[in-house]
Ligand binder design. Sequence first.
Ligand SMILES: [Zn+2]
Length: 206
Amino acid sequence: MSEVNDLVLVNALMRQALVAIEEVMGSKGLHAVLRTSKLDHYIDHLPPDDLSPAIQAADYARLNEAIEAFYGRGGRGMLQRVGKASFEYAIRNQSALFGLAGVALKMLPTQARIRFVLTRMAGAVKKANPQLLVDVEETDAGFAYVARVCSLCYGRHSDKPVCHLYVGSITEGVRWATGQVYQVQETQCIAKGDPCCRFVMTAPKA
Ligand SMILES: [Zn+2]
């Protein structure tokens, strides 16, 4: 087994991505990127919604790359929309995994809401996929979501950050928790040789 095939992900994560891609790109768009990423076997056959680690992370990363290639300059925005749809799917279908059910966020100040949603997102990712090293860092400058092993760019090389899907999910997660649209930027990316993928949040201008 080559190094690039060592990391595995759970079925539910691939299923979530495929549902989100179809929502954003339609079934024709989904089928097109499944073909170009050599994942045709998922056409009309989504993986089951379970936590069995049956997905190669390299396949998941290649699917992301195929969406970027399919849309060219629009790929980044499209992947962010897929990330937003993925978070919405998770809220709808995986709230037990996230530990989000019945939480009274409205009682909390904004910073606590952001801390809450980011740590729950990181917790759910790690619980489902223990090989993924994700954490939340909090400094005077604000919050950062940090992936030291990243499913999105696994095995990829690029001169620019490529984990746009995460940017969309984090933006939507913070919007869900606070009602505000924070600017989320991937300032470091493993695909371009950085030690981690780092997503930093900037509060909207008052
Ligand atoms: Zn990255």
